[in-house]
Design a protein around this ligand. Structure first.
Ligand code: SF4
Length: 459
């Protein structure tokens, strides 16, 4: 067993530099920052590029087959890029895919030297010592312990900071592997979260994006009386917090108190990301989820009553076992009736180990693909008319970076758009303030036109 010599790095780690490749969701960005601070604590430095890295870590996603295929493709690409190097940098695969498949990955992927799961923190040093001696190493706990550590490194290059307020999930949606990968739901303490936000804002105005598999269960697993609305109030009172945005609200957890707090609090974006998954009661029950199209419509109208300008995002799944043409048409009518600002559509994927993979009445592949594209087409028309209605209006935007598109200075977002998953605004500098503005600034913008489904605005 290797001992850490107090703040000195372990004596026999023959490497100085690392490279992390992050796959998957925003939560993995947070996980990679935690990894960065852990490796820095061991005295390793982040390499400038893959050629300079002496150990390479692939932080994976594992909740559906496509994500696992991307993990394998990444490992093979790293192998192709490093196979001629002497000594060859060992590759450690960790995170959700490591947790889900564990030792199997070591058996089937000779390109990988080490496999760790979601509790990689407990075994990182041991793994590094083993793989840098040319040994192979695997350690994943049978009962994953959600990672609720505060981090002191934030690698985002603009004003947005992702904060994970809880990990794991104790719901049991029939199609989902996450509870088995990340464990039961676990909230972080409010003090810990507030401390992390204060530490990472760094004296600049910031957009704080709160993350968890299920934000709305925050605090339900602890004796503390701080629920999500309470936590929102406390974060919004912190200095340098300009916007607070919520991702992944489970429908039945969106309370009147929460919608009131979002509507009342000027710093909280009127942005509701609620993954309804479907609208047919039969399909939702087969998924092991409560609610239905009618109750969801009531929820949306209560949100819009309190926040008339609310931006609504959802995630929907087509092709779930037993989904009939009638169920699907119900879903189409639901999308038309609500008119979501943003929509992420998924085709059902029968994941080994989930209840849904064993269900009868699996929907034929071609039918599921057809339904998927019908949803996308419908949503594109909704987004096009929604975007056109915003021309001529003004809004505050955050500048995310320089525009890669010719004819524009920056790209940015208003309260209506979350980073990466939603659309954006192409920004032209027209005013004195606009001419002074730079990445990370919050400025006023007047929407003047469209660039495809995205907006064009002047600052
Ligand atoms: S709430 Fe989300 S993370 Fe939890 S089981 Fe359902 S789909 Fe999976």
């Amino acid at each position: 067993m290797l001992n850490r010599q107090s703040d000195q790095r372990p004596v026999n780690l023959p490497v100085n530099s690392f490279l992390i490749v992050t796959l998957g969701c925003f939560r993995n960005e947070v996980e990679s920052d935690l990894l960065r601070s852990e490796l820095a604590g061991l005295g390793l430095e982040q390499a400038a590029d893959i050629d300079a890295a002496q150990v390479i870590i692939v932080n994976t996603c594992g909740f559906i087959r496509e994500a696992c295929e991307e993990g394998i493709d990444t490992v093979l690409e790293v192998d192709r890029l490093t196979r001629d190097r002497k000594p060859r940098p060992p590759v450690i695969l960790l995170g959700c895919m490591g947790q889900r498949y564990g030792g199997e990955l070591l058996e089937n992927l000779p390109e990988v030297s080490g496999v760790l799961g979601v509790d990689w923190k407990d075994y990182l040093l041991e793994a590094l010592a083993a793989v840098t001696e040319g040994k192979r190493f695997h350690r994943t706990s049978s009962v994953p312990e959600p990672c609720c550590t505060a981090r002191n490194v934030d690698s985002s290059e603009n004003a947005t900071i992702f904060i994970r307020i809880a990990d794991g999930c104790s719901r049991g949606c029939g199609f989902c592997t996450i509870p088995r990968i990340r464990g039961a739901y676990k909230s972080r303490s409010a003090d810990d979260i507030l401390d992390e936000v204060s530490r990472l804002t760094g004296g600049r105005d910031r957009e704080i994006v709160l993350l968890a598999q299920d934000l709305t269960s925050y605090g339900t697993d602890t004796r503390s009386d701080t629920d999500l609305a309470g936590l929102l109030r406390m974060i919004a009172e912190l200095e340098d917090v300009r916007w607070v945005r919520l991702l992944y609200l489970q429908p039945e957890g969106v309370t009147v108190e929460l919608t009131d707090e979002i509507a009342r609090n000027p710093k909280v974006c009127d942005y509701f990301d609620i993954p309804f998954q479907h609208a047919s009661r039969d399909v939702l029950r087969r998924m092991g989820r409560p609610g239905d199209g009618k109750s969801y419509k009531r929820l949306i109208s209560s949100i819009r009553k309190r926040s008339p300008g609310a931006s609504l995002r959802t995630t929907l799944m087509v092709g779930y076992p037993g989904e009939t043409e009638e169920d699907f048409e119900q879903l189409e009518r639901f999308i038309m009736d609500i008119g979501f600002d943003w929509l992420g559509a998924f085709r059902f994927s029968p994941e080994p180990g989930t209840g849904a993979a064993e269900l009868a009445d699996q929907v034929p592949h071609d039918e599921s693909v057809l339904r998927y594209y019908r949803i996308l087409e419908l949503q594109n028309s909704i987004e096009a008319s929604r975007a056109a209605r915003l021309i001529g209006s003004s809004t505050e935007v955050v500048i995310d970076g320089a525009s890669q598109e010719e004819g524009y200075d920056f790209v940015g977002r208003s309260y209506r758009e979350a980073p990466v998953i939603d659309g954006l605004l192409y920004l032209r500098r027209k005013t004195e303030i606009g001419r002074q503005a730079t990445t990370g600034d919050f400025v006023n913008a007047r929407i003047t036109g469209l660039e495809g489904l995205d907006l064009v605005a002047e600052i």
